[in-house]
Structures are given as structure tokens and as C-alpha cells.
Write a protein that binds this ligand. Sequence first.
Ligand code: NG6
Ligand code: CA
Length: 518
Amino acid sequence: MNRISQTTILSIGAGFALPAFAQNGAREPLNDKPNIVLIYADDIGYGDLSCYGAERVQTPHVDALAANGVLFRNAHSAAATSTPSRYGLFTGEYPWRRKGTQIAAGDAALIIKPGRYTVPKMLKEAGYTTAAVGKWHLGIGDTNGQQDWNGHLTPGPREIGFDYSYIMAATGDRVPCVYLENQRVVNLDPKDPISVSYTRNFTGEPTGKENPELLTKLRPSPNHGHDQSIVNGISRIGFMKGGKAALWEDESIADNITHHAVRFIERNKEKPFFLYFGTNDIHVPRYPNERFRGATGMGHRGDAIAEFDWSVGEIVRALKEAGIYDNTLIIVSSDNGPVVDDGYMDEAVKKLGSHKPWGPFRGGKYSTFEAGTRVPFIVHWSGKVQDGTSDALVSQIDFFATLAALTKAGERSSIPEDSRDQLSAWLGIDRDGRDYVIGTASSLTLLTRDWKYIEPNNGNPYNKLTNTELGNHPADQLYDMRSDKGEYNNTASQNRLMLRFLKQILEEEKRKGTGLDL
Ligand code: NG6
Ligand code: CA
């Protein structure tokens, strides 16, 4: 925090508690080279896990990590959608500082340029072997739309620091629906090459729009799109042709990527490693394996949460079997808040019942309201963290500086200032965490432990397709989060001093850089 805000905070006083540190430190001396496993869910909301209060779905494996780790109640992704959140996670830089960090198309070029210093590069310097398994969604190749999906796709994960990768290039609902292992399509038959277009269909190829009779597994929700190429009886965003032997089956994505994550753990158990495991669950199209069908009575969305929990259990099991569970820092979080109907008729709305994916918060995925970025965040490290819950304000933007502090690697001057060392909060010692964090959806938000400011925005306040309150409002919004977690009572006109103070912090932050090229 800079000098102005520090003094202003002290002088304003009200609303800012002085740091209250827990009595005891971490219980055991820290080893500075634990394995690091980040399990990064897709679209799992604050209220979607049983350790966060969900009742209609049980997530015993996640809950076990929470019970012996720290469960954070005020943790944030960098943005309310996937690409910018992942950008922030790996670069330590707020995505809103850069153009081109919004939701990436399935044929987007890599948005983190190979010259960038990243979390995996830093960990490699510290002696780690690094892997990215699962959802990527940061683009691949050097030019939008110009990838040759039949060759070696570069630049990609390796060029930004991952020794090994086994990824889905974008999202489950975007073509090409294939896995890439070390930047080559898996199981590609050279006689059946892949072509991809985000502008027009290939002659003779069916689409969800024209051939609804071929949609044997899921049909798109009206007006969302998702009605282009059909893969595995489900239509997608974008057009593709060829690669029949390489196409994924939605019902085995969790099995397949979990298997590759487990294999990476088994093969690398002797030396420190960093595993980023981006699950496909619970992004659309949700089509969990039949083992999980009916697990929750909430249809595919609920069952996909159960499937996610199974994946977590498999990772934990692999770590235990490899004898490295105690020496592994495990983090479970999500890239953005929840959405119920995100484009497919999977009965998620109808079967939601009393379940509240957004917990006590307003909004959801895409929203500047809290549920857009307030996500589950669990840190587990046997014997090293204070177990229990923490209300410290923490953010995924701090991965870089925090892991640098933990591993004693990385030059502070090479790590973006946005990323702060929050190791003490992650370990459950510092109960305050950050002074403030900036979030982004259609506009910027600034959250302190007690107050939330949302910049004016003329956008639509409501997304009718997804049924999301987006938080857009043409005037300043200021909420007192101590008494109004749900952001219903805009106090901007009553609390002029606090409003001015938060706006000033945000202006200072924006002056450090915004709208920059990638
Ligand atoms: C949106 C898609 C949505 C989802 C999202 C990305 C439409 C109407 N909606 O554009 O279905 O794919 O992008 O989600 O196309 S994210 O979690 O990867 O950011
Ligand atoms: Ca997401």
C-alpha cells in the first residue's frame, strides 16, 4: 500500500481494523521447496462446495482439505471470467491493465507473451518441474486464427514456463474439441487433418442450428449461441472439421485430465514440482461421467461438482501414494463465480432448488457484484498451516509474490507490483491479508475488508441470458460489506469521504497503467 492510502486509512479510522495477528505462528518450520499443486476449478461458486455451506451437493474430498487447512471467506479471483483470471494468476499483473485479456476465442493466440516473467518460470528457476494440465484458455500460437492444429503449436505453455502440458486449448464449449499434449493434438490421424474457423462453417459439416436432430447429448439454450459445430452430440462455439480420432468425449474429460495430472505426480515425486490442474468442471457443456449422474438431484451442474470433488480426491490419493502428501502445498480455488444457465439446456435452472451457488453474495460469473470474483480458496499444507477459517482478504493475483516468498525465488523487482507476498495470510497467521484488491468485470471494483466500491458503468444491469445481475450502474456504488454483504444498499451519497478515498486509490492504481498492449 502506498503512503497516501496508508495515512488516509489511519486517519479515516472507521472501518479499518488494525492488524490482529494470530497468537501462534505456523506449527513447523517451513520447508522452502514443497511441491505445489493448484487445483483450479472452472465456474465453481462460493456456495457450491459443502465446506462453504452447500447442502444439496457433498464435496468430501475438498472438505477434508478445508478441515485440515485454511478455508478463506474473503478470497478473490482477478476477474469474473476465465481468461483474465488466469492471466492474473500466472503473471501477477491485474488483467485490466492490458488490452486483449478478455475471454479468449478458441483460436486466440497466446496472450502471455513468451518474454513475460511468470509463476512457472520463477518456479523453474527455483528448481521445480512444472506442468499445466486441463483447461488452458490463454490462447496458443502467435497469431489469432492462424494456428496449424496439425503441427506443433507454438508459442504455448512451454514458452511461458511449463515443462509439460496436457491441455484443452480453450473451454469445453469452444472448438477445437481436442487435447494437446506438449502442444500437439493427441491421437491426430494425419489423414484426417483438423481445420478450425470462428467465422464460417466448412461445407457439408452439420451444425447445432441446422441439424438439431444430431444433438443427442445436450441442446444449446435459446439465443446463447453454442449452436455451431457438433462434437460428441453437443454443439459448440466455432466451426471445426476433421480430427475425428482426436475428439474428446465430454463424459470422460474429468477422468482423462485427472489421469494425466496423477501421472505427472507419480513421475515427478522425487523432485519438487508445480502442478497447475485446471479442471473442466463445472464449465458448460456440463456432461459428467455416468458414475456421477444423479449424485445430487441437481442435474448435470450439481453432478459436475461431485465429479470435481472426485478429481480432487484422486489428486490427494496420488500424493499420498507417492509419499509426498505432507510435503505438498495444495490450493483449491475457482477462476470466477457461478452461473447456472451458461448456454445449454442441462436443467441446471430447473433443478437448482434451494442451492445457492453464489452463497450469501449478489451477482455471479460476469458480474461486478461480489459473487463474480469471491471464490472458494483453500490452502492445505500438513502441519504447516493453522487450520480453520480465515477472513483475511486474499487474491489470486498474489500467487506470484507469495510463491516467490515461499520458495525464496524470483527477483521482487521482476514481479509485478500488483502481486503481494501474502504467505503469512495463506498460512493462516495474518488474519487481515490485503488492504484492498481490485476486481474486474464490465468495470473495476475496489474492495477493502470493509467497503466495496464499483465504478460507474452504462452497461446493461442484467444479463437476461444467464440471469445474472451484472452490477452495472451509471453512478458510483459504495457498499458497507460489514453489514451489507449482499450489496443492496448503495451508500455512495452518505459516505462521501470513504467514496472519495476509494476512488482516489483506484485512480492511483490506474495511473500505474491501464489499456496497455500485451
Ligand atoms: C461466453 C459464453 C459462455 C462461456 C464464457 C466463457 C456465450 C453467449 N457465452 O461468451 O458460454 O463459454 O464465454 O466462460 O457465448 S469462461 O469461464 O471460460 O470465462
Ligand atoms: Ca470460468
